[in-house]
Each structure stands twice: as C-alpha cells, then as structure tokens.
Design a protein around this ligand. Structure first.
Ligand code: ADP
Length: 313
C-alpha cells in the first residue's frame, strides 16, 4: 500500500489576537497516514481542528510543530512541489458566478500554464467527468449549488493532481446533491486512482468514506473504516431514561460491570446481544428505568464512546 500523506506529530497553535489574549492550540500531536486511492475523511464537530489541518495540507499555513510528507515531498521545504501534486476545493466558493463553467476553468488552466487545444480538451474531459457537459456554457450563477460544487471539483482536477483535498465540500448542498457528489469522488478513486481527503461535520458523509479520522478539540480520537469504528464499540447501543440516571448508571456498573455515559440525562452503554440483555436489565431495576432503546452503533455513538460527549453541543 502506497502512503500518499504522512503526518507525524503535528501540532498547531494560533498566536494571540486582539480578541483572544491566549494562543489557541488547534491541533495536538496528530499522526496519521493516508493511502493511495482511498477516500479519507476528517470528521469532527465545529472547532475540532479540521480546517486547520486542511489549511496545513493545502500549504496555506505552516504548522507550529511536526512534519507532513505529501507524495514524498516535505511540506516544510518543498511546498511548491506539493502544490503541483494537489488539487484543492475550498469551503467557500471560488468560482466567478458571472462567467460560464468553461470560462472559469479556462482561467484556472492559464494559472497552471495550460493553453490551446490541450487546455480545451482537458476542460471538456473534466466537465464530462463531473457530469456537466451540457452545462459547459452556462453562467455559474444559473447552476444549482450541487452543480457549482461539481465545477469546483473539475477546477481542482484540471492540472492532473494525484491528491484532491476538499474542505467541507457538502456545505450548502442538499442530501441528494451530496450523494451525487460522493459518487463522482468514488469514480475518481476507482477510475483514476486519485486519493481524496475531505473534511466534514456531516456523519452520513463520513459514513460513505473508506476511512475516517475523528478529531475532537484538536486531538485525533480514533481512526478506521466506518465498520471498524462501529464494531470496536461492541455490538449494540442501549440507551435508558430514568428518574435517577446517576443512580442507574452506578447500579449497572455494580451489578453488571458495564461503564455507561450520561448525556442529557440519558444513560448510554454498549454490549453485544443487547436484545437478549434488555429483559434482564429491566427486571433488575424495575423502579429506575423509564424507557429503553436498542440500536446498532452509529458514528455518533462512536464519537460519544470515544469522547464522553455529544457530537453536536
Ligand atoms: P473546524 O474546522 O473543525 O471547525 P478549526 O480548525 O477552524 O476547526 O478551529 C480549531 C480551533 O482553532 C478552534 O478553537 C478555533 O477557534 C481556532 N482557530 C481557527 N482559526 C483561527 C485563527 N485564525 N486564529 C485563532 N484561532 C483560530
């Protein structure tokens, strides 16, 4: 397996500003590797450090501590080489809405020194790849949010990058368009062997990626395929409401040995074959339990399990 991105012991602090007197540590000793032709997701709630890591990888800011190697180039000393190898899609739209899709790509091509028939063919190829051949000469302002995102993707791909990095690519688009967009990313992975790194705070989007790194408060809390992460927390998730959640949590620990987390007065814990265990549980604490739910773990349960708090605060 070829490593495309190798991040070692990366930390980053923002310097104090007029509004904020203390330096703010946005990333704390993060190490991870991203493999060739995988869709890798950085998942975390707001403020977890995703954009900071995105900015470091796209060479916009220099990390305070640690090393990053992209396609065998060292980010600290070879950032020009890194830039030639990566395509970037920013969270905020970068298209000129008063120009057509084709005109936007023409300008981008010129920035990378592409011209003439070569550029023209490349633009047609990229717009076709993102399913927008018919809209080539439409003004960007006449395209839907989802189609505008696809033009952004075509723009990022114009110079044949081996690694695409996208910051919150689904911001502002509806679930249907998000699903389509993910399919285009999968095609790039499967047909062209392109490695894709995206940041998101949308759990469903992360679930569709090959591997996920979960960030919380600048710390890498866990990393794996969606299935591995869910499997790791063990079987089923049982949630209980109670007149006295603290007491119930303590009693479950004493009687059955399970540690639980209390979030918004609801007791959460995991165990295998939860369905078989529920009658025993209800029988053990008939006066403490008000309601019981049982479900397969979701990525939100993984997050709760790893951090002890909710994804959305
Ligand atoms: P996310 O993308 O997951 O929302 P960010 O990387 O934007 O997270 O932010 C991580 C932390 O760094 C937050 O506490 C945020 O307030 C802080 N931060 C981000 N950008 C700056 C900045 N330019 N100056 C100071 N602090 C910042």
């Amino acid at each position: 397996m070829t490593t495309v991105v190798n991040i070692q012991n990366l930390s980053h602090s923002y310097l104090p500003t007029r509004k904020q007197s203390e330096p703010r540590q946005a990333l704390k000793n993060v190490s991870l590797q991203i493999n060739e032709a995988e869709i890798f997701c950085l998942l975390g709630p707001n403020g977890s450090g995703k954009s900071t890591l995105f900015k470091i990888l796209s060479t916009l800011i220099t990390p305070s501590i640690g090393s990053v190697n992209i396609l065998n180039y060292d980010l600290a000393t070879q950032s020009d080489d890194v830039r030639r190898q990566i395509g970037v899609v920013f969270q905020h739209p970068s298209l000129d809405i008063k120009l057509t899709a084709r005109e936007n790509l023409l300008h981008q091509g010129h920035l990378y020194g592409l011209r003439g028939a070569k550029l023209s063919n490349r633009i047609s190829e990229m717009l076709s790849r993102v399913g927008l051949t018919e809209r080539t000469n439409d003004l960007i302002e006449h395209l839907s949010g989802g189609n505008q995102r696809r033009v952004e993707l075509a723009k990022g791909l114009l110079h044949h990058p081996q690694l695409m990095i996208l910051d919150e690519p689904s911001t502002g688009i509806d679930p249907g368009a998000r699903h389509d967009f993910m399919n285009y990313l999968k095609e790039l992975r499967d047909k062209n062997g392109i490695t894709i790194l995206l940041t998101t705070h949308i759990l469903e989007e992360a679930d569709a990626c090959d591997r996920i790194a979960i960030l919380d408060n600048g710390i890498l809390v866990t990393l794996g395929t969606p299935q591995e992460l869910k499997h790791e927390i063990g079987g089923d998730v049982i949630t209980l409401t109670s007149t006295n959640p603290v007491k119930l949590s303590e009693e479950i620990k004493t009687r059955f040995g399970y540690s639980s987390t209390i979030i918004d007065n609801v007791v959460h814990f995991e165990r295998s074959n939860g369905g078989e265990f529920i009658p025993e549980l209800v029988h053990a604490f008939p006066n403490l339990i008000e309601s019981v739910t049982l479900k397969k773990p979701s990525l939100e349960d993984v997050f709760i399990h790893k951090t002890g708090h909710r994804f959305w605060n």
